[in-house]
Ligand binder design. Structure first.
Ligand code: GLN
Length: 253
């Protein structure tokens, strides 16, 4: 299931806890992964994994989205005993793609706005998430070093930020908005985490195809003019500095 090896007959894309990690439309990431395979004639299915259901160990790709602090902590408690399933999935080459709260909970520890005591994360990468005192809200662009992907645009909305351990690589530096240098997310083998919503895989078809190629090998071309137009439009909005807002008064999202 790695590299250019023949893909499985039906590619299963797992959407983890959409009822808890679905506040920001990140479900669209899983939907577009399935769609982009089907558009190419590759059979694919969306597997929704709900709270209190066991997290399947054999899916081809796992997607976690963002959520409010309270929902995020429930998701973390439910996932903690099943962290080994995600670790095993990564070990056999299944990508795990995570956004914001979903990304935060995969790290070493988390403390959220209004909660001083950090709690253990799932420990899939070394990184500590803590409140920054202000809220990051708005369009952002991250420069990834993924071949054929490059700059990725999305919308961030978070009150906590993640400091990676010394051995970890970020998803990439934040190139927009310009300002104090900072990086976004994590990129560790087939684990990718980012703060970007959008949904980010809808806005950035090249990133979606990169993830899919890790599962099925080389992907043929596909008619996706609308997705490309969306990407170009949102990039232009980010470059024009549009829709930035800092909201230090906002709490608990
Ligand atoms: N609640 C977390 C934070 O504000 C994550 C928010 C999100 O997923 N957008 O940092």
């Amino acid at each position: 299931m790695t590299g250019a090896a023949p893909g499985p007959s039906t590619v299963s894309v797992g959407l983890v806890y959409p009822e808890l990690l679905g506040t920001y439309g990140d479900r669209g990431n899983a939907v577009v992964l399935v769609d982009r395979l089907r558009w190419r004639g590759i059979p694919a299915e969306l597997v929704e994994v709900h709270v209190r259901e066991p997290l399947p160990e054999q899916l081809d790709l796992y997607v976690l989205g963002g959520g409010e602090d309270a929902a995020q902590l429930v998701a973390l408690d439910e996932l903690r005993p099943q962290a080994g399933h995600l670790r095993a999935a990564l070990d056999r080459g299944a990508p795990v793609f995570s956004v914001c709260a979903g990304f935060q909970l995969l790290g070493s520890s988390i403390s959220l706005v209004g909660r001083t005591e950090p709690v253990d994360g799932l420990g899939l990468y070394e990184g500590h998430t803590a409140p920054t005192g202000s809220r990051w809200v708005g369009e952002a662009v991250v420069a990834t070093d993924l071949p054929g992907v490059g700059e990725v645009c999305g919308f961030e909305n978070h009150g906590a930020s993640t400091r990676l351990g010394a051995g970890e690589q970020p998803f990439g530096p934040v190139v927009l908005p310009a300002g104090e240098p900072r990086s976004d997310g994590v990129h560790r083998g087939r684990l990718i985490g980012t703060y970007l919503h959008g949904p980010v895989l809808v806005r950035n078809p090249a990133l979606a195809d990169h993830l899919l190629s890790l599962v099925v090998g080389d992907l043929g071309p596909v008619e996706d003019d609308l997705a490309v137009r969306l990407h170009d439009t949102r990039m232009a909005v980010a470059r024009s500095g549009g829709l930035r807002q800092t909201d230090p008064g906002a709490r608990r999202r």
